[in-house]
Design a binder for this molecule. Structure first.
Ligand code: ZN
Length: 282
């Protein structure tokens, strides 16, 4: 059983911002990582990102790649985690979306809401249909969770709290577990109990596996063994691709290109070392 856990936004896109500056992308990621940890290992929980990154280069490719990679990974379910936003600062509450009523997407959304709404204790805005890109373009049953309104001052402060984030993650994991009939992933899980110091996780740690996000390259499949390294190299500015969305992973490297690549990698490291206040000879 493979479930994609999709923390919305990230990288160039912080998502919605709270009145005191809380970034939606950070909340989504924190909750998503905990959900993935809780579900593992009974479920193969695959994160679309596990750092402040985007699988795309703009809003369009970001969403396209989330759906494309989920479809390519042949996942059974897709669960996207977001915080809501509204011009009206008083808007509040929790809601869960599916693409169309009448299928497994709706059932999954209702099961998650049944656990999530009472756990968070906020207004129940219900389960709704929405024509969101990641719900429409994923081939597996998909849901999108709006935990609370980050634009609401009270809910922003809740969303910032690691305890609230943990409560949300546990409820989502319980909902998924109940829907899949695998029992309670929280009691049987490997996560720190509520109220304990929450461990800060290094990227890639924990039970969830990172979906090998293809970045903007159309020819680097998610399950390619080098996909994660290629994504890192792109994020670090070491490689660029062919400018048309492809990486051409099997193309040979000239001696000149090899030197440029090594030079960029060393410069990248030297900049990191310098930023850390350490002086070494380059
Ligand atoms: Zn969002």
């Amino acid at each position: 059983m493979k479930v994609i856990i999709d923390p919305g936004h990230g990288g160039f896109d912080p998502g919605a911002l709270g009145p005191t500056g809380l970034r939606e992308a950070d909340v989504n990621l924190a909750v998503a990582k905990r959900v993935a940890n809780l579900l593992s290992p009974s479920v193969q929980a695959v994160l679309t990102r596990d750092g402040d990154t985007s699988p795309g280069t703009d809003v369009n490719t970001d969403l396209q790649n989330r759906a494309t990679v989920a479809n390519g990974a042949r996942a059974d379910y897709f669960v996207s985690i977001h915080c809501n936003a509204a011009d009206n600062a008083a808007a509040n509450g929790t809601e869960v979306y599916c693409y169309k009523f009448g299928g497994k997407g709706e059932q999954l959304a209702r099961t998650i809401a049944r656990f999530l709404v009472p756990a968070l204790g906020l207004r129940d805005r219900g389960v709704k249909e929405a024509n969101f890109y990641v719900l429409r373009q994923t081939v597996m049953p998909a849901v999108l969770i709006e935990l609370a309104f980050i634009t609401n001052r009270v809910e922003e402060s809740l969303l910032r709290s690691p305890l609230f984030q943990a409560k949300a993650a546990e409820a989502i994991a319980r909902g998924i577990g109940a829907f899949l009939g695998i029992g309670d992933p929280v009691d049987g899980g490997n996560e720190a109990p509520l109220g304990e110091e929450l461990p800060s996780e290094a990227p890639g740690s924990g039970g969830g596996t990172l979906m090998s996000a293809p970045g903007p390259f159309t020819d680097v499949a998610a399950d390619r063994p080098t996909a994660a390294a290629i994504t890192r190299a792109l994020e670090r500015g070491l490689i660029q691709g062919d400018g048309e969305g492809s990486f051409r992973p099997a193309d040979p490297l000239t001696r000149e290109e090899a030197v440029l690549l090594i030079d960029r990698a060393i410069n990248y490291l030297l900049a990191k070392v310098k930023a850390a206040g350490i002086t070494i000879d380059g």
